[in-house]
Write a protein that binds this ligand. Structure first.
Ligand code: 3EB
Length: 342
């Protein structure tokens, strides 16, 4: 499995492979592994800085994990509690923090983001391309505020301070509610992982949607700080598009009450975003993989079939059960696309 996946003579700093979690042991011995993302109950404190265990169950019976493979050797470490993996072109980081009080998600998120930025900057990677955010009880209220809104306020507070031009370099993102039992004390229930680069990517917005950072205040007094996608050029011929969590939202309004109707709207949003991003690069942009978050149990085979039909191509997909940041949303899809001359 290992040899065949290594790409040569490419400037792309990593590729993602969805594969059986049972391959983890052999890959962890390999210094070309940039990150390993697993989905199951997470109860261990940070061990190997490349291992992220996200507390979300998989919808399929398989135990799939994400293997992020680097063409070059990776240097790993832990600094000030932040795990990192660095291959010279890209920096993977992760941080888990314990929620020290019931209603302290906002300040904790602000601290987490400040620390992530400090760690990335210290290693020479000041530009965040993509950030994944996971924490329990995303739709629960604490002190009269939905936890997602508290999270957004903390993130906004940090990013306003960290970014020279706030609306120009917002990373692509997703924010999901974990559903498996809370992690053990010390393991940290606020779990962030991220990709940072030495040079900025280009922020991409979706013409069908109001930019999340311009959502009106009915969704929280601080708008969510993320871009719909980030397009990163690794050479004049090689690009990666990091696609944020995308849902059944048009303008700023949630659409539809059935899962299938929400799926179709989400797919239209994704197709529109891909077409829009394609226009700014000189090579074809192809969808590489998707991760599908569903609020309730759903039949992954049926979803997969509809997604393949919509895009006209089959790509690797991973199906997870997660709480989505608006109560009425039943599905959210993120992914990656790659632009190359071949
Ligand atoms: C949306 O479009 C749906 O707060 O980081 C998608 C991706 C969503 C990222 C975030 C939220 C986030 O608003 C929710």
């Amino acid at each position: 499995m290992r040899q065949s996946t290594l790409k040569t003579a490419s400037a792309l700093p990593f590729t993602i492979l969805y594969s059986q979690d049972t391959h983890a042991r052999e890959w962890l011995d390999d210094d070309h592994l940039l990150a390993l993302i697993q989905f199951r109950e997470s109860n261990a404190a940070l061990q190997d800085p490349r291992i992220c265990t996200v507390a979300l169950p998989q919808l399929e019976r398989t135990e799939t994990a994400e293997f992020w493979i680097s063409p070059w050797p990776v240097h790993t470490g832990v600094s000030h509690g932040i795990g990192y993996a660095d291959n010279g072109s890209i920096l993977f980081l992760q941080l888990r923090l314990d929620e020290y009080a019931e209603d302290a998600l906002q300040p904790l998120t602000a601290v987490a983001y400040r620390r992530l930025f400090a760690a990335a900057r210290a290693r020479g990677y000041p530009y965040f391309l993509r950030i994944w955010n996971y924490f329990p009880g995303i739709n629960q209220e604490r002190s009269g505020l939905e936890r997602y809104r508290g999270f957004c306020a903390g993130r906004h507070q940090a990013l306003i301070a960290e970014l020279a031009e706030y609306e120009m370099h917002l990373p692509a993102a997703c924010a999901l509610g974990t559903t498996l039992p809370d992690s053990a004390p010390g393991a940290g229930s606020l779990h962030l992982y991220a990709l940072a680069a030495r040079e900025p990517g280009a922020q991409i917005e979706n013409p069908r949607q109001i930019s999340a950072f311009h959502y009106p205040p009915q969704y929280g007094h601080r708008s969510p700080s993320f871009s719909r996608a980030v397009l990163k050029a690794w050479s004049t011929q090689e690009y990666q598009l990091y696609i944020s969590g995308t849902a059944s939202i048009v303008g700023h309004n949630s659409q539809h009450t059935s899962l299938i109707a929400q799926l179709d709207e989400t797919l239209l949003n994704l197709k529109t975003l891909l077409a829009h991003a394609s226009r700014s690069i000189p090579v074809p942009l192809q969808l590489a993989l998707l991760k599908i978050y569903c609020r309730s149990d759903a039949d992954p085979a049926a979803l997969r079939h509809r997604i393949v039909q919509a895009f006209g191509v089959d790509v690797p997909m991973l199906f997870l059960r997660a709480d989505i940041c608006r109560r009425e949303l039943l599905i959210e899809i993120e992914g990656m696309a790659v632009g190359t001359a071949r």
